[in-house]
Design a protein around this ligand. Structure first.
Ligand code: SAH
Length: 217
């Protein structure tokens, strides 16, 4: 699953250049017995299986040195929702150790014992944490210097300013009877900036009024 889609395009090129790196570890290597078992039935009964705390702790301890400065994240629908502000903070930090759950999740004890911070990518349930981790890493990697063509395009986007992005257009000027807004063809950069700001404001008010009052983290 790793680097998966991050192995192509801009993130893939940056991976090849060594702008960022990723080391995927197989939790099953720390599994128990002949079958390298990593999960067991939930205490108290119920459906599904739970990742064992001893197995997960061994997997974490194999990659995290005691003085490792990297935050230890656990992808989890119970976590704090991932935000652009958090992504930006992670992208300027020392990296991250990201634990991906499977099955019904992980034994609660390992979360506190290894200081895992639960991070959610949204209010829906995936079958595993890997795709969530790819989402997080993709969002971080594109902010690293030199990954995107133009640094400026990272700063002008949805959420960076607490607003949704204004509408974008490109050629052709006229398409199926729809023209590009006149103001964008004029070359008056002051007027264009004002129009974009107003459009951002309008779209945010219409679609995500919560962003206008919300803290950014
Ligand atoms: N029973 C759990 C869901 C387990 S889903 C619950 O109800 O909370 C299996 C794994 O997928 C989780 O351990 C987590 O690592 C990952 N996952 C699922 N949905 C996610 C989300 N929205 N954000 C981040 N990780 C998620």
């Amino acid at each position: 699953m790793f680097p998966g889609p991050l192995g192509i395009s801009l993130s893939g090129d940056a991976l090849t250049r060594g702008t960022w790196a990723l080391e995927a570890r197989q939790i099953r290597e720390h599994g128990i017995g002949r079958h390298r078992s990593v999960d067991d039935t939930p205490a108290g009964g119920g459906a599904g299986m739970v990742l064992r705390c001893d197995v997960l702790a061994a997997a974490i301890d194999a990659v995290v040195a005691p003085d490792d400065p990297r935050p230890r994240l656990l992808m989890s629908p119970r976590g704090k929702p991932l935000s652009q502000a958090r992504v930006r903070a992670l992208s300027t930090g020392p990296g991250a150790v990201i634990v991906c759950g499977r099955f019904e999740g992980v034994d609660e004890r390992v979360i506190s014992a290894r200081g895992l911070e639960e991070v959610s990518i949204g209010d829906y349930v995936l079958s595993g944490g890997e795709i969530a981790a790819l989402v997080l890493v993709d969002a971080c990697v594109r902010l690293l210097p030199g990954v995107m063509g133009k640094v400026a395009s990272g700063e002008d986007e949805s959420f960076e300013s607490g607003r949704l992005e204004y509408p974008q257009y490109t050629r052709p000027r006229e398409w199926e009877g729809h023209a590009i807004p006149d103001i964008l063809n004029g070359g008056n950069h002051g007027a264009i900036a004002k129009w974009r700001e107003a459009e951002s404001e309008r779209l945010t008010r219409e679609r995500r009024p919560d962003l206008l009052t919300r803290r950014k983290d």
